[in-house]
Ligand binder design. Structure first.
Ligand SMILES: *[C@@H]1O[C@H](CO)[C@@H](O)[C@H](O)[C@H]1NC(C)=O
Ligand SMILES: *[C@@H]1O[C@H](CO)[C@@H](O)[C@H](O)[C@H]1NC(C)=O
Ligand SMILES: *[C@@H]1O[C@H](CO)[C@@H](O)[C@H](O)[C@H]1NC(C)=O
Ligand SMILES: *[C@@H]1O[C@H](CO)[C@@H](O)[C@H](O)[C@H]1NC(C)=O
Ligand SMILES: *[C@@H]1O[C@H](CO)[C@@H](O)[C@H](O)[C@H]1NC(C)=O
Length: 387
């Protein structure tokens, strides 16, 4: 009896000490845990409510006349007939800053070359660039008082050569990207509504156009609707620290999680979704400056949700390898290497080396080695290796 009692006490003591040890470990790590994990866990559980209920829609709906202030900037450069009379498979809008002429030229001569796409893939893809106006030092658009006419003249010349700039008169800045998103949906609605798909991409994104076109043709054959693919951010929490460029105040967005949305680096939607989003922009408050989040809010309001495609990258650059090239859709952060990557990724040799049973087995192994490393940057997930 006595012995038994002592045994019990010892047992309890061990339990107590283990608990204390665990607790102190948790407390030491708590600060980091609190910042990263807790805000994600909290927002992730909140996400269910956000995605299924309508209060975001209700709290951000404003009168049409007021919503018009986000879209009624006049066009400075426009091409109303860009899509006219053609069966357009895909309209691509590249978000570009006026000064990024080099990047636009790189895209025109690689993945965004409409002639090349028509000749080798046999489909019409239209690639246009969305621009705002260059600012003066005071941060006003160029047309106001201290105009910077010389730079706009350069843009006009560039546009005379390529006929692919769509520019509206709002100041082109990171904090005006949502205005640029609205520009894209309004332009598509009035100038290219018959395109079967719509894509928006950053000007440092590489798009594997042959892979994307064959994927979209396949989807189109099956008759798609409510189609929205990309790298999905699930239940992301708004950033509330003022220093961040993604800072969003409670006044602008009061909930603890955004609706699901796709990374703005590049995503694709079908034309029915583009039409619904266009209508959502007519009644929503677009003060939130993060354009891909605003896209998520619009989609939430019209009942559309995104699907992850594993070969759309988020922030990260895809590894350079033929076994990746045979599957990739987009990869982010390519400027200097874009010509080289385009040559390598569309080389006929890629198909030969990666097909057949041996090629497929070899590539699964290579991709697993490339993608399944821990702490790998945000590109394609490990499971993409085995598709
Ligand atoms: C686009 O491709 C066509 C045909 O392949 C080629 O002739 C043309 O030079 C290319 N355009 C640019 C801007 O590189
Ligand atoms: C106007 O544009 C030119 C050409 O890019 C640039 O060099 C100059 O700094 C700009 N001036 C102002 C006042 O923004
Ligand atoms: C957005 O554009 C408008 C219209 O040109 C301008 O008044 C405003 O300052 C810009 N906002 C930011 C944050 O750049
Ligand atoms: C839109 O939201 C902002 C806060 O982000 C607010 O200041 C503004 O009054 C709202 N606009 C309307 C028309 O309600
Ligand atoms: C969002 O709000 C608008 C206008 O109040 C309404 O017509 C629409 O049905 C709402 N959407 C959802 C999904 O509830």
């Amino acid at each position: 009896m006595f012995v038994n009692f002592r045994h019990m006490r010892k047992c309890k003591l061990v339990k107590l000490m283990t608990s204390c040890l665990l607790l102190s470990v948790v407390m030491i790590c708590w600060e980091q845990l609190d910042l990263i994990v807790v805000s994600h866990v909290r927002s992730y559980s909140f996400r269910y409510l956000v995605n299924s209920f309508t209060y975001i829609n209700r709290s951000l709906t404003i009168p049409r006349e007021q919503a018009r202030s986000f879209s009624n900037f006049p066009y400075l450069l426009d091409h109303p007939d860009k899509c006219a009379g053609k069966d357009v498979l895909l309209l691509v809008f590249v978000k570009s800053f006026p000064e990024n002429t080099e990047r636009r030229n790189a895209i025109r001569s690689t993945w965004g070359n409409e002639t090349y796409i028509q000749n080798t893939l046999g489909v019409a893809v239209k690639v246009v660039f969305a621009l705002g106006a260059i600012g003066t030092e005071k941060g006003e658009p160029f047309w106001s008082k201290k105009s910077n006419g010389s730079f706009q003249e350069q843009l006009v010349q560039e546009d005379q050569t390529y006929s692919d700039l769509i520019q509206k008169n709002f100041l082109d800045s990171f904090h005006n990207l949502t205005l640029k998103l609205i520009l894209q949906f309004h332009w598509m609605h009035s100038r290219c509504a018959h395109a079967r798909f719509f894509m928006t991409a950053d000007d440092d994104v590489f798009v594997h156009m042959p892979n994307l076109v064959s994927y979209l043709l396949e989807a189109s054959r099956k008759g798609v609707a409510n189609f929205w693919i990309g790298r999905v951010h699930v239940g992301a929490p708004p950033i509330r620290s003022r220093g961040s460029k993604y800072y969003v105040s409670y006044e602008t967005y009061q909930w603890s999680s955004y609706p699901d949305y796709t990374a703005g680096a590049g995503y694709v939607i079908s034309s029915d979704v583009a039409d619904k989003i266009y209508h959502a922009t007519l009644t929503l408050n677009a003060s939130i400056h993060i354009d891909d989040v605003f896209m998520g809010i619009c989609a939430n309001a019209v009942g559309v949700s995104p699907q992850r495609h594993v070969y759309f990258s988020g922030e990260g650059k895809a590894p350079y390898h033929p076994c990746i090239y045979s599957q990739m859709m987009t990869s982010h952060g390519h400027v200097e290497d874009i010509h080289e990557l385009w040559r390598a990724a569309t080389h006929p040799e890629v198909r030969r080396r990666t097909s057949g049973l041996l090629g497929k087995l070899y590539c699964a192994a290579v991709r697993a080695a490339l993608l399944c490393k821990p702490n790998f940057v945000d590109t394609y997930p490990c499971r993409a290796a085995f598709l």
